[in-house]
Design a protein around this ligand. Sequence first.
Ligand code: MG
Length: 240
Amino acid sequence: MSAGRRFAAVFFDLDGTLVSERIGVREARTAVGQRLIELGLWTKPATAFADSIEMVIGGILEDNDWQWPLWLHSEEWMRRTLTVTELSVSDDEFRELCAVYRDERSDRAEAIAGWADALAAARRHGQIGLITNFNDGLMQREKIRGAGLDGQFDGIYISGEIGIWKPEPGIFEHAATDLGVPPSECVHIGNSIVSDVEGALAAGMQAVLVEEDDRPRPDGLDDRVVWCADLTSVSLWLRG
Ligand SMILES: [Mg+2]
């Protein structure tokens, strides 16, 4: 590598790192309520169904130390919310509700401020990869498209497609091997201490923790980890 290029490849997480985990989520959940109203299955406001989804997910997060469990994909919380709200739908209707959520969520996906400069700064080093934990690969690819990030990556690695989930080092190793670079010459940038930071370190990559929300550096964060308040700080660090 030439001077100033510290990494052969720079990997990014998607949700909460490059694409907002807040923008469009409430609207996509409300769209599911709206579809239920159109199907004649829901008589309250569409937003009340979004409230129910949030209650179900909130309860699960509370039971899991506020970490998003790997098994909690959209079909799972959809099924649980329908149970809690005592709605019974056919298999076709269930698939349709999941599709409404996927389409609305991906259409409304928005890249987080500073993304373009962060990717430009990453490109100065070498290749750029995306490593994302999600069971629904189609949804992630639609989200990437919806957020305008199409064509930015040399490799896209989705857990549900590969069968290995962050923080297992295997998915980081798989990604590095696919790009033909050693993990020790890579950095992974993500917003989860467990999935992104611990996983990348276990795989022998440099780890960067970046925040979507305005939070201070977490207490007890491993000294090896670079902490960035936002993507602008990531760009500065990559150019440093
Ligand atoms: Mg994330």
